[in-house]
Design a protein around this ligand. Structure first.
Ligand SMILES: [Zn+2]
Length: 394
């Protein structure tokens, strides 16, 4: 995180500007709530914030209720709000998830929106209880680190300074937000596709995507020669509406974007599909795809070796090498075939006859470990793709 965040002092002001600008384009969801008792204010009025209800119980006790954008939903309750007081004061905040659902994310806090840590808390009767010393210095509390839409833009611009990449708009979201693509393009016709943030709260997936992509785009002879052989298409933030609205999982239409890769009813997935189709129609080839997500633990969902995709043992060779290179990290591979589910990895296998994986980082996996795993995974992916090994043989 630290390496990625030197620009955050002015990023925050940009964020404020961006969220102001957005109100003219879209109506923010009804999660913009506040508990304002004059001296103490709990607010959810910034991008990615979420606090569906806030009740002041008196005696500096507050209850925040978090609700899903719609149901049914795979529960991933997201919350993000700001606490500020005119003079230092001790308050208690209870966070309740509607429908008696379980909490998923340990609360994190930050004062500057760049350094985040787990906030001390208790979990009782399905309620998170936080004792907070509120002060004039705003305190941000959220399920995970807040990685806003603007953060991705700034990250890509920073990459552009050191790498031969293009950063362009691929399309627009349901609510008119730009969806960006980053490309590294040589004379090669083969493409590696990287997707991220289909599910807004899955921030550890984003924390893996950043170093993974940075390693692929590094300035060293090995990565340079890799990029001569393989083009990169990176769509790091496919659900900008969901991110801005603080959604638990869905896009602005209330649809899970990782269940839409058959029917393409959503503009976000449809535009990626159309773009990939246009690449193929112009003689390009999709070689492999990775979709970054988060879940309770670290796991790599893969396609089975007997599924009929090319280089059938390629992913096994790659992840096997990662397992060997990292004795302290258990590389869990879960091959699966879910033909009618609409998940992205199946889409790549079915439409392009190539491997694809869902790269899942645990919600609470150590942030430094996420980076180390991603660096190693990217280096070994390049090595595996560049090696002379026959990936049709185990
Ligand atoms: Zn996910």
């Amino acid at each position: 995180m630290k390496k990625l965040l030197p620009i955050c002092v002015w990023l925050f002001s940009l964020l404020v500007l961006a969220s102001c600008a957005e109100t003219s384009v879209v109506n923010k969801s009804n999660n913009s709530q506040t508990c304002n008792i004059g001296a103490v204010r709990l607010t959810a009025d910034f991008e990615a914030s979420r606090m569906d209800e806030c009740i002041n119980l008196g005696n500096n006790n507050f209850v925040i209720t978090i609700k899903p954008e719609n149901t049914p939903i795979n529960p991933s309750p997201w919350y993000a709000f700001k606490v500020v007081a005119d003079t230092p004061i001790d308050i208690t905040v209870n966070i309740k998830i509607s429908g008696k659902r379980d909490n998923r994310y340990l609360p994190k806090f930050s004062q500057d929106m760049k350094t985040w840590s787990v906030y001390p808390h208790q979990y009782r009767n399905k309620k998170l209880i936080l004792k907070i010393k509120a002060s004039t210095q705003p305190l941000y509390i959220a399920g995970q680190e807040i990685i806003s839409n603007q953060y991705y833009i700034d990250w890509a611009k920073k990459l552009q300074k050191s790498s031969q990449i293009s950063h362009q708009q691929l399309g627009i979201s349901q609510l008119g937000r730009p969806i960006y693509k980053i490309e590294s393009h040589s004379d090669s016709k083969e493409w590696l596709v990287i997707l991220g943030r289909l599910h807004p709260p899955e921030v550890t997936g984003a924390l893996a995507l950043f170093p993974f992509v940075e390693t692929l785009l590094a300035n060293n002879p090995f990565a340079d020669s890799f990029r001569q052989k393989y083009n990169l298409l990176i769509i790091p933030n496919l659900n900008p509406d969901g991110v801005a609205m603080g959604n638990w999982r869905h896009n602005a239409n209330g649809v899970d974007l990782n269940r839409d890769w058959i029917t393409f009813k959503q503009p976000e997935t449809k535009q990626v599909h159309q773009y990939l189709q246009s690449l193929v129609a112009s003689g390009q080839k999709i070689k492999f795809a990775i979709d970054f997500h988060s879940t309770q633990h670290d796991v790599f969902y893969t396609m089975p070796v007997d599924y009929g995709v090319e280089s059938r043992y390629f992913v096994k060779h790659w992840l096997g090498a990662l397992d060997k290179a990292m004795p302290n990290f258990d590389v869990v591979q879960k091959p699966g075939n879910r033909p009618n589910n609409g998940v992205s990895k199946q889409y790549f296998a079915d439409n392009y006859q190539v491997h694809a994986i869902t790269y899942e980082m645990g919600d609470e996996t150590n942030r430094d470990s996420i980076k180390i795993i991603a660096n190693n995974a990217a280096v070994l992916l390049m090595k595996t793709l560049m090696s002379e090994t026959d990936h049709n043989k185990e």
